[in-house]
Design a protein around this ligand. Structure first.
Ligand SMILES: [Zn+2]
Length: 255
């Protein structure tokens, strides 16, 4: 009887050790799963858009940090050649200097969007009023040049916080970032081939592709674009503005 008791308590001990080991092994996974999924939170509320997955073969090319007197017109020429529409997230300060480029982009069917006035990284130290000034000054500049009220806003560096989201909403703007698998890093000039491969190798319907119509130093974006446009077109892709992409996506969801 005593032997049986010892055996039973040994068994209990071994079992407890096994359970504790299993818990220790599984705990990190549980914690990760329990951690709030930041993207899902903002995406499901419609606060931030990263992409608009679609069965249709259409993507949104986006160009940040312009307008630039050299690169933006070259990009507009290429877009026209392939009957492609794109979205330009403009800096208000530059837009003020080059309203003619904005007018051309708008006249050719492209979307103009807000990328702040000065392109300062709007971290949590910025007050709501500072953020609002960046946004409103840019809205007014775009409107003065083209008569267009921009509907989309992309913060510099993709850095956002709840205060910025609230201000954006108050100003009637939808925050739009980009597909994580379509971050070309063209601003760092990684080589034309790498930019092209990033886009073509990862493309899916509804992607929002991040490019820049201004970079420090000679651009690689224009040459990359001259290869991306015909390749995707041959694959059957259409190039639409972000607003059109979002409109199509919302109709697909309703079907
Ligand atoms: Zn930028």
């Amino acid at each position: 009887m005593k032997n049986l008791n010892i055996r039973a308590s040994k068994l209990l001990f071994v079992r407890s050790v096994v359970i504790v080991c299993l818990l220790v092994a599984v705990m990190p996974v549980m914690l990760v799963q329990a951690a709030p999924n930041v993207r899902y939170y903002y995406e499901s509320r419609g606060d931030v858009v990263w992409e608009a997955p679609s069965k249709e073969k259409q993507v949104a090319l986006t160009f940040d940090d312009g307008p630039d007197p050299t690169d933006t017109p070259r990009i507009l020429d290429l877009l026209k050649k392939y009957d492609a529409k794109a979205t330009f997230f403009v800096m208000g300060r530059k837009a003020e200097e080059h309203p003619d480029i904005l007018r051309r982009a708008a006249a050719e069917g492209h979307e103009l969007a807000n990328h702040t006035f000065t392109h300062r990284m709007l971290d949590s130290s910025f007050t709501a009023e500072q953020i609002r000034k960046e946004i409103v000054d840019t809205q007014e500049t775009i409107f003065a040049a083209t008569g267009v009220r921009a509907r989309l806003f992309r913060p510099p560096g993709g850095l956002f916080n709840p205060r910025m989201i609230a201000v954006g909403k108050e100003e009637g703007l939808q925050m739009v970032l980009w597909s994580w698998h379509q971050d070309t890093h063209d601003w760092s000039r990684p080589g034309v081939n790498r930019i092209v491969r990033k886009v073509l190798g990862n493309v899916r319907g509804g992607d929002i592709i991040l490019l820049h119509d201004y970079v420090h130093g000679p651009t690689q974006t224009v040459e990359a674009l001259s290869r991306i446009l015909p390749s995707l077109q041959n694959e059957g892709y259409r190039f639409v503005t972000v607003s059109e992409l979002l409109y199509h996506s919302s109709r697909e969801v309703r079907k």
